[in-house]
Ligand binder design. Structure first.
Ligand SMILES: Nc1ncnc2c1ncn2[C@@H]1O[C@H](COP(=O)(O)OP(=O)(O)OP(=O)(O)O)[C@@H](O)[C@H]1O
Length: 234
C-alpha cells in the first residue's frame, strides 16, 4: 500500500499545564474518509487542532506528504494544503457571505471557484450579500466548508459538521461529503452522530483518554454497531 498522506506517531498536546493528547498514533491515506469517534473529552477536537498546529505545546511526529508539521505555525500548515473547519464554524458575523468565503488565502491550484461553490451551495449564492449572522446554522456550516474548498486544500479536517442541525441538513452534509470523496478529497471527520458517520466513512478510529484505542473498517462497525456505540457512549 502507498505511504499514508498523513501519519501521526506518539502525538502529545497540552492546554497550558493540562495534557490532552497522550501519545496518539493515527494515519490517513489519500482519498479516505476517516472518522474520529469517542466520548466527550476523549481528545477528538484536540487531535484536529494539533494537526493544524493550533495547540501551543505538542510533541511527537505528524508527517504530511513528507513534511513534519510539529513545530510549524497554522498558516504554514494551511499553505501545505491542510484545512480545518472548527465546530463553532468560525463565521464572521460582520462580514457578508462572499467576504467570509474570500477570507482564507488560496494555497494551491485546484480550489473551487466562487462560481463552482455557488453552484454547489445554491443557498449561499442567494445570500451572497447577507451578513454571516443572518444565516441559519446549516447555512453557516455550508459556508464554513465552502470557504475551505476555495483554498485548494486537499486534506479537510471537519469538527462535528452536523452538530445541532436538523436531519434534512445533516443529510445534505452527508451528500456533500460523499461528493467531496468522489472528487478525491481526503477527510478526517469528528462526529458524535455514529449513524451519520457509519454511512460515510471508510474507516473509524475510536479515541479515549487522548489516544486512538481502536480502528475499524466500515463493515466491522456495521457488524458490531451496538457493541461499538455503547463503548463510546452514544
Ligand atoms: N481550551 C481548553 N482548555 C483546557 N482544556 C481543554 C480545552 N479544550 C479541551 N480541553 C480538555 O482536553 C480534553 C480533550 O478535549 P476535546 O475537546 O479534544 O475532546 P473531544 O473528544 O473533542 O470531546 P467534545 O466532543 O466534548 O469536544 C478534555 O479533557 C477537555 O476537557
Amino acid at each position: 500500500m502507498a505511504e499514508p498522506l498523513l501519519t501521526l506517531r506518539g502525538v502529545k498536546a497540552w492546554y497550558g499545564p493540562s495534557q490532552a493528547l497522550h501519545g496518539a498514533d493515527f494515519e490517513v491515506h489519500e482519498g479516505e474518509v476517516v472518522t474520529l469517534l469517542g466520548r466527550n473529552g476523549a481528545g477528538k477536537s484536540t487531535l484536529l487542532k494539533t494537526i493544524m498546529g493550533m495547540m501551543g505545546r505538542r510533541e511527537g511526529s505528524i508527517r504530511f506528504k513528507g513534511d513534519e508539521l510539529i513545530g510549524l505555525a497554522p498558516h504554514h500548515i494551511g499553505r501545505l494544503g491542510v484545512a480545518f473547519c472548527p465546530d463553532d464554524r468560525g463565521i464572521y458575523a460582520s462580514l457578508t457571505v462572499r467576504e467570509n468565503l474570500r477570507l482564507p488565502p488560496v494555497v494551491a491550484e485546484g480550489g473551487m471557484s466562487e462560481a463552482e461553490l455557488f453552484a454547489l451551495f445554491p443557498n449561499l449564492a442567494e445570500r451572497a450579500k447577507s451578513a454571516g449572522t443572518h444565516l441559519s446554522g446549516g447555512e453557516q456550516q455550508m459556508l464554513a466548508i465552502a470557504r475551505i474548498l476555495r483554498t485548494g486544500a486537499r486534506l479537510l479536517l471537519l469538527d462535528e459538521p452536523t452538530e445541532g442541525l436538523a436531519p434534512v441538513i445533516v443529510d445534505r452534509i452527508g451528500e456533500l461529503i460523499r461528493q467531496l470523496k468522489g472528487r478525491g478529497y481526503t477527510i478526517v471527520l469528528v462526529e458524535q452522530n455514529v449513524h451519520f458517520a457509519a454511512e460515510l466513512a471508510d474507516r473509524h478510529c475510536l479515541m479515549a483518554s487522548g489516544r486512538i484505542t481502536d480502528t475499524f473498517d466500515a463493515a466491522t462497525l456495521m457488524r458490531n454497531f451496538d457493541a461499538i456505540t455503547s463503548r463510546i457512549g452514544v
